[in-house]
Write a protein that binds this ligand. Structure first.
Ligand code: ADP
Ligand code: MG
Length: 365
Protein backbone atom coordinates (compact mmCIF):
# COMPACT_ATOMS: atom_id res chain seq x y z
CA UNK A 1 0.00 0.00 0.00
CA UNK A 2 1.26 3.45 -0.80
CA UNK A 3 0.70 6.31 1.59
CA UNK A 4 0.88 9.94 0.62
CA UNK A 5 2.90 11.82 3.16
CA UNK A 6 1.16 15.15 2.98
CA UNK A 7 -0.51 17.06 5.79
CA UNK A 8 0.10 16.24 9.45
CA UNK A 9 1.90 13.01 10.26
CA UNK A 10 -0.36 12.07 13.15
CA UNK A 11 -3.89 13.22 13.98
CA UNK A 12 -5.48 12.61 17.34
CA UNK A 13 -9.12 13.32 16.57
CA UNK A 14 -11.61 13.62 19.48
CA UNK A 15 -10.08 10.63 21.21
CA UNK A 16 -11.50 9.36 24.51
CA UNK A 17 -10.45 6.39 26.65
CA UNK A 18 -12.55 4.70 29.31
CA UNK A 19 -11.35 2.01 31.69
CA UNK A 20 -14.54 0.58 33.15
CA UNK A 21 -16.06 3.55 34.96
CA UNK A 22 -12.89 5.70 34.78
CA UNK A 23 -12.64 8.30 32.06
CA UNK A 24 -8.85 8.46 31.62
CA UNK A 25 -9.04 10.70 28.53
CA UNK A 26 -12.25 12.72 28.05
CA UNK A 27 -11.62 14.29 24.67
CA UNK A 28 -8.29 15.06 23.12
CA UNK A 29 -7.54 16.46 19.66
CA UNK A 30 -4.23 17.63 18.25
CA UNK A 31 -2.00 17.04 15.28
CA UNK A 32 1.71 16.29 15.06
CA UNK A 33 3.81 17.37 12.11
CA UNK A 34 6.67 15.26 10.74
CA UNK A 35 9.89 16.07 12.57
CA UNK A 36 8.22 18.03 15.36
CA UNK A 37 9.16 17.79 19.02
CA UNK A 38 5.83 17.75 20.86
CA UNK A 39 5.53 17.78 24.64
CA UNK A 40 2.37 16.49 26.30
CA UNK A 41 2.30 18.29 29.61
CA UNK A 42 -0.06 18.37 32.56
CA UNK A 43 -0.45 17.36 36.20
CA UNK A 44 -0.35 13.75 37.34
CA UNK A 45 -3.47 11.79 36.35
CA UNK A 46 -4.58 14.11 33.51
CA UNK A 47 -4.32 11.39 30.85
CA UNK A 48 -0.86 11.91 29.32
CA UNK A 49 0.35 8.30 29.55
CA UNK A 50 -3.00 6.98 28.32
CA UNK A 51 -2.78 9.29 25.29
CA UNK A 52 0.78 8.16 24.57
CA UNK A 53 -0.19 4.48 24.95
CA UNK A 54 -2.92 4.96 22.37
CA UNK A 55 -0.44 6.56 19.98
CA UNK A 56 1.91 3.62 20.57
CA UNK A 57 -0.87 1.09 19.98
CA UNK A 58 -0.72 -0.34 23.50
CA UNK A 59 -4.31 0.81 24.09
CA UNK A 60 -7.29 1.34 21.78
CA UNK A 61 -9.39 4.53 21.94
CA UNK A 62 -12.95 4.11 23.24
CA UNK A 63 -14.01 6.95 20.95
CA UNK A 64 -12.48 9.06 18.22
CA UNK A 65 -9.78 8.28 15.71
CA UNK A 66 -6.01 8.23 15.48
CA UNK A 67 -4.67 8.68 11.96
CA UNK A 68 -1.14 8.20 10.69
CA UNK A 69 -0.64 10.00 7.40
CA UNK A 70 -4.41 10.15 7.05
CA UNK A 71 -5.00 6.42 7.66
CA UNK A 72 -6.96 5.21 10.70
CA UNK A 73 -4.67 3.20 12.97
CA UNK A 74 -6.90 2.77 16.07
CA UNK A 75 -6.69 -1.01 15.90
CA UNK A 76 -3.17 -1.39 14.44
CA UNK A 77 -0.73 -3.32 16.63
CA UNK A 78 2.32 -1.51 18.09
CA UNK A 79 4.77 -3.20 15.70
CA UNK A 80 2.79 -1.91 12.73
CA UNK A 81 3.28 1.71 13.82
CA UNK A 82 6.99 2.38 13.76
CA UNK A 83 6.76 4.34 17.01
CA UNK A 84 8.60 2.72 19.94
CA UNK A 85 8.00 4.00 23.45
CA UNK A 86 10.75 4.85 25.93
CA UNK A 87 9.51 4.64 29.50
CA UNK A 88 10.50 6.53 32.59
CA UNK A 89 11.46 3.24 34.28
CA UNK A 90 13.40 2.25 31.11
CA UNK A 91 11.83 -1.26 31.11
CA UNK A 92 15.18 -2.87 30.29
CA UNK A 93 15.75 -6.61 30.58
CA UNK A 94 17.78 -7.07 33.75
CA UNK A 95 19.20 -10.45 32.75
CA UNK A 96 20.56 -9.26 29.43
CA UNK A 97 23.76 -7.32 28.81
CA UNK A 98 23.60 -3.74 27.59
CA UNK A 99 24.26 -4.67 23.96
CA UNK A 100 21.69 -7.50 24.06
CA UNK A 101 19.15 -5.00 25.36
CA UNK A 102 19.92 -2.59 22.55
CA UNK A 103 19.71 -5.42 19.98
CA UNK A 104 16.42 -6.71 21.31
CA UNK A 105 14.00 -5.01 18.91
CA UNK A 106 16.23 -5.77 15.94
CA UNK A 107 16.31 -9.44 16.89
CA UNK A 108 12.50 -9.48 17.05
CA UNK A 109 12.51 -8.07 13.55
CA UNK A 110 14.80 -10.93 12.52
CA UNK A 111 17.72 -8.70 11.57
CA UNK A 112 20.75 -11.03 11.07
CA UNK A 113 23.13 -11.24 14.06
CA UNK A 114 26.13 -9.45 12.54
CA UNK A 115 24.05 -6.61 11.21
CA UNK A 116 22.15 -6.08 14.42
CA UNK A 117 25.35 -6.08 16.48
CA UNK A 118 26.80 -3.45 14.16
CA UNK A 119 23.69 -1.28 14.38
CA UNK A 120 23.50 -1.64 18.15
CA UNK A 121 27.15 -0.63 18.53
CA UNK A 122 26.61 2.44 16.31
CA UNK A 123 23.74 3.66 18.47
CA UNK A 124 25.65 2.92 21.65
CA UNK A 125 28.60 4.95 20.32
CA UNK A 126 26.26 7.76 19.52
CA UNK A 127 24.79 7.77 23.01
CA UNK A 128 28.14 7.37 24.77
CA UNK A 129 27.51 3.90 26.23
CA UNK A 130 29.60 1.71 23.88
CA UNK A 131 32.08 1.13 26.70
CA UNK A 132 29.45 -0.73 28.73
CA UNK A 133 28.35 -3.14 25.99
CA UNK A 134 28.92 -6.35 27.94
CA UNK A 135 27.80 -5.08 31.35
CA UNK A 136 24.56 -6.08 32.98
CA UNK A 137 22.05 -3.24 33.05
CA UNK A 138 21.88 -3.51 36.85
CA UNK A 139 25.49 -2.27 36.93
CA UNK A 140 24.61 1.05 35.31
CA UNK A 141 23.62 4.43 36.70
CA UNK A 142 20.17 5.89 36.01
CA UNK A 143 21.53 8.14 33.28
CA UNK A 144 23.30 5.24 31.58
CA UNK A 145 20.16 3.10 31.71
CA UNK A 146 18.17 5.89 30.13
CA UNK A 147 20.71 5.95 27.29
CA UNK A 148 20.37 2.18 26.84
CA UNK A 149 16.59 2.55 26.60
CA UNK A 150 17.03 5.35 24.04
CA UNK A 151 19.56 3.33 22.01
CA UNK A 152 17.22 0.31 22.02
CA UNK A 153 14.38 2.41 20.64
CA UNK A 154 16.47 4.37 18.14
CA UNK A 155 18.20 1.24 16.78
CA UNK A 156 14.84 0.46 15.16
CA UNK A 157 15.21 3.70 13.20
CA UNK A 158 11.63 4.73 13.86
CA UNK A 159 9.81 7.64 12.25
CA UNK A 160 8.50 8.66 15.63
CA UNK A 161 9.87 8.23 19.14
CA UNK A 162 7.52 8.27 22.12
CA UNK A 163 8.91 9.15 25.55
CA UNK A 164 7.02 8.89 28.84
CA UNK A 165 8.58 11.04 31.58
CA UNK A 166 12.04 10.04 30.29
CA UNK A 167 13.93 12.28 32.71
CA UNK A 168 11.94 12.05 35.91
CA UNK A 169 14.03 9.26 37.47
CA UNK A 170 17.26 11.24 37.02
CA UNK A 171 18.79 13.64 39.50
CA UNK A 172 18.35 17.36 38.67
CA UNK A 173 21.84 17.89 37.29
CA UNK A 174 21.62 14.89 34.97
CA UNK A 175 18.08 15.82 33.98
CA UNK A 176 19.23 19.14 32.53
CA UNK A 177 22.03 17.42 30.62
CA UNK A 178 19.76 14.73 29.18
CA UNK A 179 17.29 17.47 28.29
CA UNK A 180 19.76 19.17 25.98
CA UNK A 181 20.92 15.80 24.69
CA UNK A 182 17.37 14.89 23.68
CA UNK A 183 17.06 18.24 21.88
CA UNK A 184 20.35 17.57 20.06
CA UNK A 185 19.32 14.01 19.10
CA UNK A 186 15.99 15.28 17.83
CA UNK A 187 17.68 17.89 15.68
CA UNK A 188 20.26 15.48 14.29
CA UNK A 189 17.86 12.63 13.56
CA UNK A 190 15.04 14.74 12.16
CA UNK A 191 12.41 12.27 13.41
CA UNK A 192 9.27 13.10 15.38
CA UNK A 193 9.49 13.13 19.18
CA UNK A 194 6.44 13.00 21.44
CA UNK A 195 7.45 13.45 25.04
CA UNK A 196 5.18 13.25 28.09
CA UNK A 197 6.14 15.30 31.13
CA UNK A 198 4.49 16.88 34.16
CA UNK A 199 7.25 19.52 34.30
CA UNK A 200 6.61 22.77 32.48
CA UNK A 201 10.28 23.73 32.55
CA UNK A 202 11.15 20.45 30.84
CA UNK A 203 8.42 20.78 28.23
CA UNK A 204 9.20 24.41 27.48
CA UNK A 205 12.94 23.78 27.26
CA UNK A 206 12.65 20.96 24.74
CA UNK A 207 9.52 21.11 22.64
CA UNK A 208 8.61 22.97 19.45
CA UNK A 209 4.99 22.84 20.58
CA UNK A 210 3.43 21.99 23.90
CA UNK A 211 0.03 20.36 24.40
CA UNK A 212 -1.20 21.24 27.89
CA UNK A 213 -3.72 18.80 29.34
CA UNK A 214 -5.92 18.78 32.42
CA UNK A 215 -8.54 16.21 33.44
CA UNK A 216 -8.40 14.36 30.15
CA UNK A 217 -8.79 17.44 27.97
CA UNK A 218 -6.49 19.73 26.00
CA UNK A 219 -6.24 23.17 27.60
CA UNK A 220 -3.89 24.90 25.17
CA UNK A 221 -1.59 24.03 22.28
CA UNK A 222 1.23 26.29 21.18
CA UNK A 223 4.91 27.13 21.05
CA UNK A 224 6.39 27.58 24.54
CA UNK A 225 6.79 31.30 24.01
CA UNK A 226 3.18 31.75 22.87
CA UNK A 227 1.87 29.92 25.92
CA UNK A 228 4.12 31.90 28.26
CA UNK A 229 3.05 35.17 26.72
CA UNK A 230 -0.64 34.38 26.51
CA UNK A 231 -2.27 31.65 28.53
CA UNK A 232 -5.69 30.87 27.12
CA UNK A 233 -7.34 30.14 30.47
CA UNK A 234 -6.85 30.20 34.24
CA UNK A 235 -5.62 26.61 34.46
CA UNK A 236 -2.77 27.27 32.01
CA UNK A 237 -1.90 30.67 33.52
CA UNK A 238 -1.48 29.05 36.92
CA UNK A 239 0.07 25.76 35.81
CA UNK A 240 2.91 27.24 33.75
CA UNK A 241 3.94 29.40 36.69
CA UNK A 242 5.44 32.86 36.71
CA UNK A 243 2.13 34.68 36.19
CA UNK A 244 0.31 37.23 38.35
CA UNK A 245 -3.47 36.98 38.24
CA UNK A 246 -5.25 40.13 39.41
CA UNK A 247 -9.00 40.13 39.83
CA UNK A 248 -10.97 43.34 39.60
CA UNK A 249 -13.74 45.26 37.91
CA UNK A 250 -13.38 46.63 34.38
CA UNK A 251 -14.29 50.09 33.11
CA UNK A 252 -13.62 51.92 29.85
CA UNK A 253 -10.49 54.04 29.83
CA UNK A 254 -10.60 55.33 26.23
CA UNK A 255 -7.90 54.78 23.59
CA UNK A 256 -8.73 51.09 23.29
CA UNK A 257 -7.84 50.48 26.92
CA UNK A 258 -9.66 49.07 29.92
CA UNK A 259 -9.08 50.10 33.50
CA UNK A 260 -9.15 47.33 36.10
CA UNK A 261 -9.62 48.13 39.72
CA UNK A 262 -9.43 45.59 42.52
CA UNK A 263 -7.75 44.69 45.79
CA UNK A 264 -4.38 44.76 44.00
CA UNK A 265 -4.83 48.45 43.04
CA UNK A 266 -5.67 49.73 39.56
CA UNK A 267 -4.11 49.18 36.14
CA UNK A 268 -4.74 49.75 32.45
CA UNK A 269 -4.60 47.03 29.79
CA UNK A 270 -5.51 46.73 26.10
CA UNK A 271 -9.20 46.02 25.52
CA UNK A 272 -9.45 42.56 23.89
CA UNK A 273 -11.24 42.41 20.53
CA UNK A 274 -13.31 39.53 21.91
CA UNK A 275 -15.03 38.65 24.07
CA UNK A 276 -16.49 42.09 24.66
CA UNK A 277 -15.91 43.29 28.22
CA UNK A 278 -18.63 45.55 29.58
CA UNK A 279 -18.19 48.26 32.17
CA UNK A 280 -18.58 46.74 35.60
CA UNK A 281 -17.63 43.21 34.49
CA UNK A 282 -15.54 41.08 36.85
CA UNK A 283 -12.24 40.30 35.09
CA UNK A 284 -8.87 38.64 35.68
CA UNK A 285 -5.83 40.48 34.44
CA UNK A 286 -2.67 38.42 33.81
CA UNK A 287 0.79 39.98 34.02
CA UNK A 288 3.85 37.75 33.69
CA UNK A 289 6.30 38.07 36.60
CA UNK A 290 9.21 38.75 34.26
CA UNK A 291 7.41 41.73 32.72
CA UNK A 292 7.18 43.68 35.97
CA UNK A 293 9.91 46.08 37.11
CA UNK A 294 10.66 47.19 40.63
CA UNK A 295 11.45 50.83 41.35
CA UNK A 296 11.95 52.88 44.50
CA UNK A 297 9.80 55.80 43.29
CA UNK A 298 6.91 56.51 40.92
CA UNK A 299 7.69 57.70 37.40
CA UNK A 300 4.16 58.40 36.15
CA UNK A 301 4.70 56.01 33.21
CA UNK A 302 2.76 52.75 32.74
CA UNK A 303 0.99 50.89 35.49
CA UNK A 304 2.41 51.53 38.95
CA UNK A 305 1.33 49.71 42.09
CA UNK A 306 2.42 50.48 45.66
CA UNK A 307 3.75 47.40 47.41
CA UNK A 308 6.06 46.14 50.14
CA UNK A 309 8.79 43.55 49.87
CA UNK A 310 7.92 40.27 51.57
CA UNK A 311 10.96 38.26 50.59
CA UNK A 312 13.59 37.76 47.93
CA UNK A 313 14.56 34.40 46.44
CA UNK A 314 17.79 34.18 44.45
CA UNK A 315 18.62 31.20 42.24
CA UNK A 316 21.88 31.61 40.34
CA UNK A 317 21.71 34.94 38.54
CA UNK A 318 17.94 35.40 38.67
CA UNK A 319 15.80 36.69 41.48
CA UNK A 320 12.14 36.32 42.39
CA UNK A 321 10.83 39.16 44.50
CA UNK A 322 7.64 38.49 46.47
CA UNK A 323 5.64 41.65 47.13
CA UNK A 324 2.40 42.44 48.88
CA UNK A 325 0.19 45.32 47.79
CA UNK A 326 -1.50 47.73 50.19
CA UNK A 327 -4.73 45.73 49.66
CA UNK A 328 -2.98 42.50 50.74
CA UNK A 329 -2.61 40.96 47.27
CA UNK A 330 0.53 38.88 46.56
CA UNK A 331 2.60 39.98 43.61
CA UNK A 332 5.59 38.19 42.13
CA UNK A 333 8.39 39.79 40.12
CA UNK A 334 11.18 37.98 38.27
CA UNK A 335 14.35 39.87 37.33
CA UNK A 336 18.00 39.12 36.79
CA UNK A 337 20.13 39.92 39.84
CA UNK A 338 21.92 42.50 37.74
CA UNK A 339 18.70 44.43 37.11
CA UNK A 340 17.84 44.84 40.77
CA UNK A 341 21.27 45.32 42.29
CA UNK A 342 20.69 49.03 42.86
CA UNK A 343 17.20 48.69 44.33
CA UNK A 344 17.05 48.12 48.11
CA UNK A 345 14.83 45.07 48.64
CA UNK A 346 14.81 44.38 52.35
CA UNK A 347 11.67 42.80 53.79
CA UNK A 348 9.15 45.54 54.60
CA UNK A 349 10.67 48.02 52.15
CA UNK A 350 8.15 50.13 50.22
CA UNK A 351 8.57 49.80 46.43
CA UNK A 352 6.72 50.45 43.19
CA UNK A 353 5.81 47.53 40.90
CA UNK A 354 5.66 48.85 37.36
CA UNK A 355 4.70 47.36 34.00
CA UNK A 356 3.81 48.64 30.59
CA UNK A 357 0.07 48.69 29.81
CA UNK A 358 0.60 46.43 26.79
CA UNK A 359 1.94 43.58 28.95
CA UNK A 360 -1.36 42.76 30.65
CA UNK A 361 -4.07 40.57 29.11
CA UNK A 362 -7.43 39.23 30.23
CA UNK A 363 -8.46 35.66 30.92
CA UNK A 364 -11.75 34.65 29.37
CA UNK A 365 -14.56 34.78 31.96
P1 ADP B 1 -0.88 10.77 33.60
O1 ADP B 1 0.07 9.98 32.76
O2 ADP B 1 -1.20 12.11 33.04
O3 ADP B 1 -0.42 10.87 35.02
P2 ADP B 1 -2.70 8.55 33.11
O4 ADP B 1 -2.95 8.60 31.65
O5 ADP B 1 -1.74 7.53 33.58
O6 ADP B 1 -2.29 9.99 33.64
O7 ADP B 1 -4.08 8.31 33.87
C1 ADP B 1 -5.24 9.09 33.67
C2 ADP B 1 -6.35 8.58 34.56
O8 ADP B 1 -6.78 7.30 34.14
C3 ADP B 1 -5.96 8.43 36.01
O9 ADP B 1 -7.05 8.79 36.81
C4 ADP B 1 -5.63 6.96 36.13
O10 ADP B 1 -5.85 6.52 37.45
C5 ADP B 1 -6.63 6.35 35.16
N1 ADP B 1 -6.10 5.10 34.57
C6 ADP B 1 -5.00 5.00 33.80
N2 ADP B 1 -4.81 3.72 33.39
C7 ADP B 1 -5.84 3.01 33.91
C8 ADP B 1 -6.22 1.61 33.86
N3 ADP B 1 -5.51 0.72 33.17
N4 ADP B 1 -7.33 1.25 34.54
C9 ADP B 1 -8.07 2.16 35.22
N5 ADP B 1 -7.76 3.47 35.31
C10 ADP B 1 -6.67 3.89 34.66
MG1 MG C 1 1.92 9.15 33.26
Amino acid sequence: MTTTKAGPMLEIDRVAKRYGGTLAVAEVSFTIGKGEFIALMGPSGCGKTTTLRMIAGLDTPSEGEIRLWGRRINEDAPWERDAPLVWQNYALFPFLSVVKNVEFGLKQRRVPAAERRKKAMEWMERLGIAGFAERGVDQLSGGQRQRVALARALALEPEMLLLDEPLSALDPHLRVRMQSELVRLHRELGITFVCVTHSHSEAFAMADRVVIMSEGRVQQIGAPREIYRRASNRFVAEFVGGNNLFSGTASSAGNGALRVEGPFGAALAPRPSEPAIHDGAAVTLVVAADRIDIASARSGIGNEIDARVVTLEVVGSSATVFLETAGGVDLRVQRSLHEIENTPLNPGQAVIARWSQDEGYFLPA
